[in-house]
Design a protein around this ligand. Structure first.
Ligand SMILES: Nc1ncnc2c1ncn2[C@@H]1O[C@H](COP(=O)(O)OP(=O)(O)O)[C@@H](O)[C@H]1O
Ligand SMILES: N[C@@H](CC(=O)OP(=O)(O)O)C(=O)O
Length: 385
């Protein structure tokens, strides 16, 4: 059986943790499995590399940033290989360049195009534990790219699909997906099974426990993911195809912090869309308010950047940069009375709603950033406790 195991930053921070991971991987190998291990950078390293970059240049080029950010994963990969060899097993580490893990050239947010599994399979057949750097790729010209923050989950699923893995396990610092972020909601409950669609929606709406694209890929290839803890090693949460799930309408709550809304007077909508694209603004919600008035919800950093650009060009616009979004997720949620109930709950708690949006799997409220944790606690109490 081929088993892919991915370890996140906190699971790899410091030699003691690395040794625990090495022992676990060797134990799984000794149970008769062929092991492919995907690693993130040691916890906190990617953040501190970004800070160092910003000290040198307030707006570093994507290519150079990727050269720098890809370093952390390489450190984890080499150290883990050494730790495994110390336990008497054969291990070899590879970076994306050595494996020709091809992506497009979109620096800092690259998409995986192709992975040739031969080198990994050859080493597995020669009894090696294969360790691969997550988060990184190479473009057509050999430049190092990275997949966006949290992207090593996506590396794991893509590599799992390429080697036709029997199991993909993602190890982190919580023992599963919870009904809300357990760091914020102390009474959050562990979810045993969640469908791909629900998990995609939770990740897209701010639950950083899994990279959204990793779940999209797992859904495409129909490979279940087992998300579990590298601390307790207990059974975690299964993310899998909906058919095999028991029915329940409400699955979880997600939050996005630090959003901003721009209200813009702009004559031509196509031109506005072009300007958003040119400036790389990732729009979360786009509404036409009146004939030539638009409302755009985006991350605060993007909004402030776009505000400055448009202001300089003489446009009239307003900004509210104190917003967040709370979403409740569940299959078919929009077609029952839950959205109405949630709106009432916010109203009766005097939480102002800036806007509401919904789709088949989620309903989202844009509210003031200050109210976000409170709304999360109130929704959680009403829906899950
Ligand atoms: N619904 C949720 N269930 C579990 N964890 C969540 C959820 N939403 C957010 N999280 C957070 O995700 C964290 C794990 O993700 P992350 O820090 O990226 O780990 P890693 O470095 O292992 O990839 C948890 O510590 C938890 O606070
Ligand atoms: N090191 C990268 C990639 C990653 O996926 O990390 P983690 O698995 O620790 O979330 C980041 O911090 O974004």
């Amino acid at each position: 059986m081929i088993v892919v195991q991915k370890f996140g930053g906190t699971s790899l921070k410091g030699s003691e943790r690395l040794r625990e991971v090495a022992k676990w991987v060797v134990k799984n190998k000794n149970e008769g499995n062929k092991m492919v291990v995907i690693v993130s950078a040691p916890g906190g390293m990617t953040d501190s590399l970004i800070n160092e970059a910003k000290e040198m240049n307030t707006n570093p080029k994507g290519r150079e940033l990727d050269m720098l950010l890809s370093v952390g994963e390489q450190i984890s990969a080499a150290l883990l290989a050494m730790g495994i060899e110390e336990l008497g097993e054969k291990a070899v580490s590879f970076n994306a360049s050595q494996l020709q893990l091809k992506t497009n050239g979109e620096h800092n947010n690259a998409k995986i195009l192709n992975i040739s599994p031969e080198k990994i399979l050859e080493n597995l057949n020669n009894d090696y534990i294969v360790i691969v750097t997550g988060f990184q790729g190479v473009d057509d010209e050999g430049n190092i790219t990275t997949l966006g923050r949290g992207g090593s989950d996506t590396s794991a699923v893509a590599i799992g699909a390429a080697v036709n893995a029997n199991k993909i396990e993602i190890y982190t610092d919580v023992d599963g997906v919870y009904t809300s972020d357990p760091r914020i909601i102390k009474n959050a409950k562990k979810i045993k099974n969640i469908s791909f669609d629900e998990m995609i929606e939770m990740a897209d709406k701010g639950s950083k426990v899994l990279h959204c694209r990793s779940v999209e890929l797992a859904s495409k290839y129909e490979i279940p993911i087992h998300l579990r803890s590298a601390f307790s090693w207990r059974e975690g949460t299964w993310i899998k195809k909906e058919k095999t799930m028991e029915n329940s309408v409400v699955r979880g709550i997600s939050n996005i912090n630090n959003l901003a809304n721009l209200k813009i007077n702009f004559k031509n909508m196509d031109e506005l869309v072009d300007r958003l694209e040119e400036n790389n603004i990732n729009v979360k919600l786009f509404q036409q308010l009146e004939n030539s008035k638009f409302s755009i919800l985006t991350e605060k950093e993007d909004a402030l950047r776009f505000y400055k650009v448009l202001k300089k060009d003489g446009y009239s616009l307003e900004i509210n940069d104190d917003l967040g979004m709370i979403s409740v997720i569940g299959l078919g949620i929009a077609s029952n009375n839950i959205p109405r109930k949630l709106t009432k709950i916010l109203n009766s708690n005097e939480i102002n709603i800036d806007s509401i949006s919904s789709n088949q799997t989620s309903v989202s409220y844009v509210i003031s950033q200050n109210n976000l944790n409170n709304a999360n606690a109130i929704f959680h109490r009403e829906l899950f406790e």
